[in-house]
Design a protein around this ligand. Sequence first.
Ligand code: PLP
Length: 383
Amino acid sequence: MGSSIYLDHNATTALDPIVRTEMTPWLDAKFGNPSSLHAFGQEARRAVDAARARVARLVGAEPEEIVLTSGGTEANNLAILGVAEGSRPTRRRVVTTAIEHQSVLGPCGFRAHGGGALTVLPVDRDGRLDPAEALASLRNDTLLASVMLANNDVGTEQPVGALASRARELGIPLHTDAVQAVGKVPVDVRALGVDLLSFSAHKLHGPSGAGALYVRRGVALAPRAFGGHQERGLRPGTENVAAIVGFGKACDLAAERLERDATHLARLRAGFEAALLATVPGAVVNGDGAPRLPNTSNVSFDGVDGQLLVINLDLLGLAVSTGAACSSADREPSHVLLAMGRTPLEARASMRCSFGRGNTDDDVSQSVERIARAVSMLREVHQ
Ligand SMILES: Cc1ncc(COP(=O)(O)O)c(C=O)c1O
């Protein structure tokens, strides 16, 4: 077996050593509570404020528009349940899409069970919304729309900007889950015109345990937890200073490297898909007819079980996944691929490779070789 290759960057990324260096004092000698009045506390407050400014800058927001959270899941829940709680009672309908992450579908479903109405927009075979249908779903009874910027399983991007202007006309807050997009493609909240946007540190070489919700000034949001006055009362609880500091640094690095990384990732992915399609009979790339994140490749292999493939590739030293890490234990095929019109059998025959800035051309050729080996072995066993 050659050395291990990691192609699961949509699940999580390695902490950048520069980020770790920035965090280390906050895991060590520096430990103040940012709410304390003494010098220890005030130093921590300044560190959190500086990180908030960096986080805001990556997405073109003002620091006051950033609510720091524990990650993307919390940001999505706060956006959806917080807007629903703070909205006019005449509006009951939440609009979302069939391919959202569970941290969006979960709170939307929770609202619907509690007596709200829910519209779940379908997608086409490439995982794209029909823009006309999406626009038509924004009506006078809509209290919130939540449409992801880029999908975690296949990488397809959605026309969020086009929806935002219509939503603004109708006074409907528009939330976008940008957890997979931020750090991989340019994201600017003003250019997009969204009201709320979620992102997460561990997807961009920052630490786990930090994330953010952008809340445009003037958007009514109610807290989902109660306690202290931190994050303007919207997210009470003593701040995770080390993780927040790391998040800030990771955002700075992402901004600095965005163009270079995106070009590198797109080149690796193109080489990977071309080699895979040329080497493995019956391989099909999912979602390649739509605009996609540069790093994500979702491939189906006729007659192969994706979970067995992932396990066999792990034994060969290649880390990939069948889709979202948080759903991988439940054996169900990806709801994203099902929404894209694949049969359960087809959806089960798929695998996601997601490249990161540290991957090389050699990783690409080695992984294609390992995938080809594992697929032909699994096909032989099933003959
Ligand atoms: C699209 C998307 N949204 C939300 C999340 C949740 O983010 P976090 O892991 O920071 O809670 C993920 C994580 O995989 C994701 O891919």
